[in-house]
Design a protein around this ligand. Structure first.
Ligand SMILES: Cc1cc2nc3c(=O)[nH]c(=O)nc-3n(C[C@H](O)[C@H](O)[C@H](O)COP(=O)(O)O)c2cc1C
Length: 349
């Protein structure tokens, strides 16, 4: 019997870009962008389409910035960078000529403007086929890793960085242990904050949720009963020491067991946040195309003292902007839901 896809997961289907008008093509691009990663799966983006200027403007959706855990909007803007990268991959794969302007003004909601320069005659770049296909299968996987090494070919591919950021690769156990300790402290620090816990409870949802946003507990490996319980517990705002310890310890173990740790560092500016999102999403797609799993942790980046400790540990003056574990996951994890394009798009002259 064919399984019926719940409507909050329908966006994971692949759109057909061929033979479309500019407006239809834009909607396909937006649907592909929205499959990107975002902190707490808030999908903090919106898109303004202009037929007259043949452009799509990607904007931050301020209403979906996490008020307790993302006071500087750093995580939301990095997430918008992830969405931008998916759009770039789709454009490059379909051989469409375009120009891209990143908006580095922190007071502006605009992230980037993409101007399409040709008549949408599709000339597919087959070399990008597997990366494009990976957009539809990618997901974060927070399970532990096996001890299988990540091939050098992966590092060769991700190190071709066009964004001018620094990527630190960590494989040795001593540094991984040190970072895993910093991670555990960061988790305990944020989970000790009442507002953070309540906010997490609003986004960490029961497995059968019909929400188009947020993270079903199954994406954390939680069974139905556990997911329901943790969701309620977090929402109640009460601190459960066992729960906080469980999260902190599992994050620490993931860092310790993953064969490779990547830290993207750069300047603490809107421009570098956007570029970090682009670079991270590119890394995630390359990993997906090679059957490698990735997971992210934002806690160190968001706790100033611990982010400083991380810089010191890495011997860099630049700021850690995204910390990622890379490896072969021990368990499969499901997709999380996505909003339909109709809720992300608006039109202008
Ligand atoms: C900027 C950013 C920060 C993130 N921070 C965390 C984090 O601290 N912990 C975590 O488990 N996942 C984190 N994630 C992963 C998101 O929760 C995940 O992308 C989202 O739930 C959507 O799921 P998907 O990427 O599998 O589609 C982060 C993702 C992004 C883009």
């Amino acid at each position: 019997m064919k399984k019926i896809m719940p409507s909050n997961y329908e966006m994971w289907g692949k759109p057909k870009f061929e033979g479309k008008s500019f407006l239809e093509f834009s909607q396909d691009l937006i649907s592909v962008s929205s499959l990107a990663a975002s902190s707490h799966n808030t999908q903090p983006w919106r898109f303004v389409v202009s037929e007259k200027s043949q452009s799509i403007t990607l904007k931050l959706n301020d209403e979906r910035v996490l008020s307790a855990s993302d006071v500087n909007k750093r995580q939301a803007i990095i997430s918008c960078g992830c969405a931008l990268e998916n759009m770039r991959v789709a454009l490059d794969y379909h051989g469409v000529k375009y120009s891209l302007t990143i908006n580095s003004d922190i007071s502006s909601e605009t992230i980037a403007e993409i101007k399409i320069h040709d008549n949408l005659a599709i000339k597919k770049n087959k070399q990008l086929q597997t990366i494009f296909d990976s957009i539809f299968t990618r997901r974060v996987n927070r399970s532990k890793c096996t001890d299988k090494k990540v091939p050098d070919e992966f590092l060769d591919l991700i190190m071709k960085d066009e964004y001018g950021l620094e990527i630190r690769t960590i494989k040795d156990m001593v540094t991984k242990n040190a970072i895993s300790e910093i991670q555990e402290q960061a988790d305990r620090f944020v989970l000790g904050n009442d507002k953070f816990r309540k906010e997490l409870g609003e986004w960490l949802l029961p497995n059968s949720t019909d929400s188009y946003l947020g993270m079903p507990g199954s994406t954390f490996g939680l069974k139905d009963v556990e997911a329901e319980k943790i969701h309620k517990q977090l929402l109640s705002g009460k601190l459960d020491y066992d729960l906080a310890s469980g999260v902190a310890v599992s994050d620490r173990q993931r860092i310790q067991t993953s064969p490779l740790l990547l830290v993207i560092t750069g300047k603490d500016t809107k421009e570098d946040w956007i570029k970090t999102g682009c670079l991270w999403q590119k890394i995630a797609l390359i990993a997906e195309s090679m059957g490698i799993s990735v997971a992210v942790s934002a806690a160190i980046v968001e706790v100033p003292l611990l982010s400083k400790m991380m810089s010191v540990r890495l011997g860099t003056t630049s700021r850690p902007l995204m910390i990622t574990t890379i490896g072969y996951a021990t368990e499969e994890r499901p997709h999380s839901p996505r909003l339909p394009v109709s809720q992300l798009i608006s039109f202008t002259d």
